[in-house]
Design a protein around this ligand. Structure first.
Ligand code: GDP
Ligand code: IMO
Ligand code: MG
Length: 430
């Protein structure tokens, strides 16, 4: 009997999960997403091709591997269809090796409208949502009013849909939202709805499964399953910087509820962190840099959202946040990405702890959003060279090895590999 290995982000998302899952896929039989939805943007690069996935797991480029969209994921049928079409244009036919849980919930066009209405109503306190309808769709799931993938083939689907839509329109009205001016991809709600309905036909071409049985049977048969996280631990609904979070459980616990596997069936937990830190959207970010170093990280790291194109806020690596994420997830192995972005830096800094009210602490306070946090930074000499010459982990520059060793020491978790470019081939396993 095998266990589910987990690969998830330890920061505020965009750590390079898509690339790493693609790199690890040859070692697995099944790749499964367990939470999130089209708010995610996972980038893969190989053979000169760059591809961004939102809902489809990042194992899809390996034809012989099964990819599963688990019950914890949200599906927006039109975005899903566009993703399928983009894959087909690149010669990938996902219909045969992508299975979808019947229990995954749908994002309706009116969920996307409500997302916009909620953000507008927040005024200056906006979360900076990707506006893909994530919050409202998970709200309906928890309120037991949502519609699931398995429902679209039921006779009363349209009735259920219309009832929910009416509720959403009433809610938007209450929020004084201008429904008639609202646009999705330049279309009115009604225009978009017509395309959304058509996209259900694409969805129906895929195999709908009870993914909890499928995954557990795979494990019984000794097959290897990798769970692919979306977002990051600091965006978790419970442990992130609430309310500046996403609406799902982004941590290892989310694998159990999002795929239907027992905690005893969780194996290795691989956590990804960038060698620095980014955040997109609003909310606290203690190590954020507002100077030219921050701008340099953004520019060299191409730190622009894969889903929204927004520029990402950049700063030094935040060890208190990383240690918190390692604790919450039970991380067994670390995967560090993007040190190459700092190749020409004279010095690289690491926030080892925070100063709050004149006291040092390495805990994330409850008042994370409101209290003034001063990051205490340790400086490391830069390595001032290209990393592409290294073909093995040990061949990385001594300064970088020292920086990585410090991360291991301070988190108590071993680094299993380092990624040194966006390309699939540039990963150095230790
Ligand atoms: P994800 O959401 O965690 O999958 O990450 P994103 O795809 O949103 O953002 C990561 C970005 O960094 C993408 O543009 C990747 O192509 C890129 N990337 C991943 N690993 C590396 C790396 O080691 N070095 C560099 N320079 N870029 C990387
Ligand atoms: P991947 O999987 C980075 C952020 C948004 C916003 C907050 C809530 O690519 O790492 P939502 O749309 O969920 O209501 O947005 O969460 N966010 C992400 N930031 N990477 C992501 O996904 C994100 N998904 C959501 O910017 O601050
Ligand atoms: Mg991303």
């Amino acid at each position: 009997m095998s266990k589910v290995d987990v690969l998830l982000g330890l920061q505020w998302g965009d750590e390079g999960k898509g690339k790493v899952v693609d790199v690890l896929t040859p070692q697995y039989d099944v790749i499964a997403r367990f939470q999130g939805g089209p708010n995610a943007g996972h980038t893969l690069e190989f053979e000169g091709i760059k591809h961004v996935l939102h809902i489809i797991p990042s194992g899809i480029f390996h034809k012989q591997k099964i990819n599963v969209i688990g019950n914890g994921v949200l599906i927006e049928p039109r975005i899903f269809m566009q993703e399928v079409d983009a894959l087909k244009e690149k010669g990938i036919e996902p219909t045969h090796n992508l299975y979808i849980s019947k229990k995954a919930h749908l994002i309706l066009p009116s969920h996307r409208m409500l997302d916009a209405a909620n953000e507008q109503a927040k005024g200056n306190a906006k979360i900076g949502s990707t506006l893909k309808g994530i919050g409202p769709a998970y709200t309906d799931k928890i309120a037991r009013t949502g519609i699931r993938v398995g429902d679209i083939t039921q006779f009363d689907f349209r009735e259920h849909y219309e009832l929910l839509k009416v509720q959403h329109l009433q809610m938007a009205h209450t929020l004084n939202f201008d429904i008639t001016s609202f646009r999705i991809d330049g279309m009115s709600l009604d225009e978009y709805e017509a395309l959304w309905m058509q996209s259900l036909e694409t969805l129906k071409q895929f195999k709908f499964i009870n993914s909890e049985y499928f995954i557990n049977r795979c494990l019984d048969e000794g097959k290897k399953v990798l769970a692919e996280g979306a977002q990051g631990s600091m965006l978790d609904i419970d442990f992130g910087s609430y309310p500046f979070v996403t609406s799902s459980s982004t941590i290892t616990a989310g694998v159990c509820s999002g795929l239907g596997v027992a905690p005893s069936r969780i194996g290795r937990v691989m956590g990804i962190t960038k060698a620095y830190c980014t955040r997109v959207g609003a909310g606290p970010f203690p190590t954020e840099l507002f100077d030219e170093t921050g701008a340099k990280l953004c520019q060299i790291g191409h730190e622009y959202g894969a889903t929204t194109g927004r520029s990402r806020r950049c700063g030094w690596i935040d060890i208190p946040a990383l240690r918190y994420a390692c604790m919450l997830n039970g991380v067994t192995d670390l995967f560090v990405t993007k040190p190459d972005v700092m190749n020409d830096f004279e010095e690289v800094k690491m926030c080892t702890h925070y100063m709050i009210d004149g006291q040092p602490t390495d805990e994330i306070p409850f008042e994370f959003n409101s209290v003034e946090i001063t990051p205490v930074l340790e400086s490391f000499p830069g390595w001032k060279q290209e990393l592409s010459k290294a073909t093995k982990y040990d061949e990385l520059p001594a300064q970088l090895l020292h920086y990585l060793y410090t991360i291991e020491k301070i988190t108590g978790v071993n680094i299993m590999a380092v990624s040194i470019s966006p390309d699939r081939k540039d990963v150095l396993f230790k």
